[in-house]
Design a protein. Structure first.
Lengths: 295, 314
């Protein structure tokens, strides 16, 4: 008995060692490239820090500078405006398409693929296509009979990116809603049909409220994605965030501060601010959804 | 055969649900059979009309870019969807004179390496977290999930600094493939997906392997991994697509070294330098989109399952 007990012990040790061996590289990667950066960013954000290293400790001065920085203010404004427009549109479109594609239709696989297709493509390629179509002698102008350079005009540059991303990402939101729709039991609908409820009414009274977990998930994903807008703004503005800072988003400003100006301390403070913003908004959404659930 | 008995993961579940729903839809009578109420016919007309209109709206930009890529520059001024003399000249020139053949090769290489890394490491780690017992397992797993909440933006400054001058060794990874491979070793979401999948496979398979005297690695490699096919497929496809389309980190790491450019970076640079060479820009965009489109066509099931796995969890 003693022997078998010891045998079990060494077997345990062996299993544990194998376990550690299996996770050592992934854990290294998470520690070095995610967890360490989190703390390092908090640390360095309290310094004036350049390409050659530490210059001087600033305490919270970088954060105070953020509040005074007009360009940062503009970036926050652009990002929030973009989020406020894009999120509801993506959700409504995604839901609408999911509901339609979820019905018994011919060619539904085809339609689902068609709606999802723009979400698949590379942001650079899609943005290039949008730049072409929205150029001053492009397709959109010829359809509207105008000659506006949509991305080069500070009034229309950001709205153009909004339109572009509503178009490309609504397909992903559709897939999320589709998964959520298919988790609703068909019994509910049968009961509604027996009661003689009309389609429209069934949708608003039954489907829509039952989709609550889906709404929450899509909302969170869509808000986080919108706050992190970078690719399309960067490519459409040739990296500058123009015209007249109309497409300078928070991440784009962060990129310029860090990779182009090498202001690491200030960049880290910017990253922390964005992290806090994302975290707070996600928390608020959770609280809001939690409360309606309790009511 | 064996996989039929295993309970489905969220991912597999979704795939099955989706395909089953398709079959059910196909099995129903056509909508416009005679004898139906007129209102039903009108309704289906409206629905299909709407669907086709939206599908067109979603596709027109792609048709337009393909059409333009087959035109010559002077012809792009007109608005014919079908080019007068379609030619592959823009494709030829993009690939050769404008280096897109090289960017294409780089994209294939980078996406392949990152995909292999991710599949191998996420399966290995996911299996350990699902099945092997070791002290600290729960805490470490919690840590892995926690990293999902740290956005790239917060990591930018530390990682950029680290890659410029790596701690201790003072290697510089900016302008090298290795830097990108290093920061893309394995995604926490992939590891999570693998763990969830392994949890659903009954223990009987491992017990049987153990009775046969197989060691831990052999059990994992010969018995468990083959059972995890659907999850591995979803991770392969999504990682490949994600890396192929990636812009942010490649931009940061490869920007100074054109030899390493991927297709998205090539498109960005071309657009900035040559502004209105529309046929070439569109040809390059089509080249960047087509491979992912083909993968989607052939592996649609895994694609959708992988994407919606997250949705079902949430």
């Amino acid at each position: 008995m003693a022997r078998s007990g010891r045998g079990l012990g060494s077997e345990r040790v062996r299993e544990a060692l194998v376990g550690y061996a299996f996770i050592v590289i992934p854990m290294f990667s998470f520690l070095v490239f995610s967890i360490y950066p989190l703390f390092y960013a908090l640390y360095i954000s309290r310094y004036e820090w350049g390409i050659l290293g530490k210059i001087e400790p600033l305490g919270l001065e970088n954060y105070r500078e953020l509040l005074r920085d007009d360009l940062f203010g503009k970036a926050v404004k652009n990002t929030l405006l973009y989020t406020a427009v894009v999120v509801p549109c993506q959700m409504a479109l995604g839901l609408g398409m999911a509901v339609i594609v979820n019905q018994a239709l011919r060619f539904r696989t085809f339609f689902r693929a068609a709606f999802y297709f723009p979400s698949l493509a590379s942001s650079a390629a899609i943005t290039a296509i949008a730049i072409f179509i929205l150029s001053s002698d492009g397709l959109l102008n010829s359809l509207l009979g105008t000659d506006r350079a949509w991305f080069a005009d500070s009034d229309t540059a950001l709205p153009s990116i909004m339109g572009l991303n509503i178009w490309t990402t609504s397909g992903t939101m559709m897939l999320f809603y589709l998964a959520s729709l298919q988790s609703i039991s068909t019994d509910v609908y049968e009961a509604a049909a027996i009661d003689g409820a009309r389609t429209w009414r069934t949708f608003w009274k039954i489907t829509f409220p039952l989709l609550k977990p889906g709404h929450f998930f899509v909302l969170v994903v869509s808000v986080i994605g919108s706050l992190q807008l970078f690719d399309q703004a960067f490519i459409a503005s040739g990296g500058g965030g123009g015209p007249n800072y109309a497409t300078t988003t928070m991440v784009l400003y962060l990129f310029q501060t860090t990779v182009q100006d090498f202001r690491f301390g200030y960049g880290a403070a910017l990253g922390v601010a964005l992290f806090v913003l994302i975290f707070t908004l996600t928390l608020i959404q959770r609280l809001l959804f939690g409360r309606t659930e309790a009511a | 055969m064996a996989t039929d008995e295993t309970p489905a993961t969220p991912a597999a579940l979704t795939a099955e649900q989706l395909s089953r729903a398709d079959e059910a839809a196909a099995g129903r009578p056509p909508i416009d059979i005679p004898g139906r109420e007129r209102s039903a016919v009108t309704r289906s007309l409206v629905v299909y009309g709407l669907l086709i209109a939206v599908a067109l709206l979603y596709f027109v930009p792609f048709f337009w870019s393909v059409s333009t890529s087959l035109k010559t520059l002077p012809e792009t001024v007109g608005f014919d969807l079908i080019p007068d003399n379609p030619s592959l000249k823009a494709y030829r020139e993009s690939l050769t004179s404008f280096n897109f053949a090289r960017y294409f090769g780089n994209s294939v290489f980078i996406a392949t390496v990152v995909t292999i890394q991710n599949v191998f490491l996420s399966a290995l780690g996911g299996y350990a977290f699902a099945r092997l017992r070791f002290p600290g397992r729960e805490v470490l797993f919690f840590l892995v999930l926690g990293t999902l909440m740290i956005p790239d933006e917060l990591r930018l400054v530390p990682i950029f600094q680290m890659l410029t001058d790596f701690p201790v060794t003072h290697w510089s990874f900016i302008g090298s493939y290795q830097g990108f491979f290093l920061i893309s070793l394995v995604g926490a979401a992939n590891l999570f997906l693998m763990r969830q999948y392994f949890l659903t496979i009954p223990r009987d398979f491992e017990e049987a392997a153990k009775l046969d005297g197989a060691g831990y690695f052999k059990t994992y490699w010969k018995v468990m991994l083959p059972l995890a096919g659907p999850a591995l497929a979803a991770i392969t496809i999504l990682t490949f697509q994600g890396t192929w389309n990636a812009f942010f980190w490649p931009l940061i790491i490869f920007l100074g070294n054109e030899d390493l450019f991927t297709l998205p970076l090539g498109i960005f640079q071309f657009r900035t330098q040559y502004q209105t060479f529309w046929p070439h820009l569109m040809a390059a965009s089509v080249i960047a989109i087509i491979p992912i489109f083909l993968i989607y066509l052939f592996f649609q099931r895994y694609f959708i399952a992988g994407i919606t796995a997250a949705g079902v969890k949430g």
